[in-house]
Design a protein around this ligand. Structure first.
Ligand code: G4P
Ligand code: NA
Ligand code: NA
Length: 190
């Protein structure tokens, strides 16, 4: 995880004690080499688990999802924050509450793309309080699919979402674990 670690050290910015900016390589401008490294690392960690689908949520999960899907040779499905416009398309739907925005959004996936036969890896860029992840796991449950695990690029451990979800039995692999952003400084494990 050499590239990602270097970028975290040199190109991330602590915005507040809660928020880290990674706009120059993940969230706005995307560094393709970093994304390839991330995808390969998730594939390595979940090798042998027979994942046949990668699931994320738009927008910033898509780049992470694509390189992961490429490395696992599986399709990437991303939950949409608007119901697909095709009128007769049947969807699974769940709600994600955002603490940062203090609002809920509904997310949707078409039933035809997530089924009981699927062995799913969920990926996302950030894990904070875990609301996004909970919303995605509900879609997997509704489909009767099997959740193999979760791959997260940056887990903000101090916000507690990872702990709660691991306690519920979900395997979560985080590439970077941020223990605190106190004093405007990034404190992380690799
Ligand atoms: P949670 O999902 O873990 O509970 O966290 P929260 O509600 O706080 O996250 C809301 C949005 O903010 C998510 O993106 C999440 O990825 C992002 N986010 C959370 N913490 C940070 C952070 O420290 N830095 C940055 N840059 N983003 C953070 P989203 O609303 O799904 O937006 P999108 O960018 O994927 O479209
Ligand atoms: Na985001
Ligand atoms: Na995200």
């Amino acid at each position: 995880m050499q590239l990602l670690t270097e970028k975290m050290k040199n190109n991330s910015q602590v915005v507040s004690e809660q928020i880290l900016r990674v706009d120059s390589f993940i969230n706005h401008m995307i560094d393709p080499e970093v994304m390839l490294e991330i995808g390969r690392e998730f594939a390595r960690r979940f090798a042998g688990t027979q994942i046949n689908k990668v699931l994320t949520v738009e927008a910033s999960g898509i780049a992470v999802g694509l390189t992961t899907a490429m490395a696992l040779q599986a399709p990437l499905l991303f939950a949409k924050k608007r119901k697909p416009s095709t009128l007769d398309q049947q969807c699974y739907q769940s709600q994600i509450y955002s603490f940062t925005k203090n609002e809920s959004v509904d997310v949707f996936v078409a039933k035809e793309y997530l089924t009981a036969d699927d062995r799913v890896l969920i990926v996302d860029d950030f894990l904070a309080r875990g609301e996004a992840l909970k919303g995605l796991t509900k879609l997997v449950e509704q489909a009767g699919a099997h959740l193999v695990g979760v791959g997260i690029v940056i887990e903000k451990v101090f916000q507690g979402g990872g702990k709660t979800l691991r306690n519920s039995g979900i395997r979560i692999e985080s590439l970077i674990k941020v223990n605190s952003l106190e004093g405007g400084k990034l404190h992380f494990e690799e």
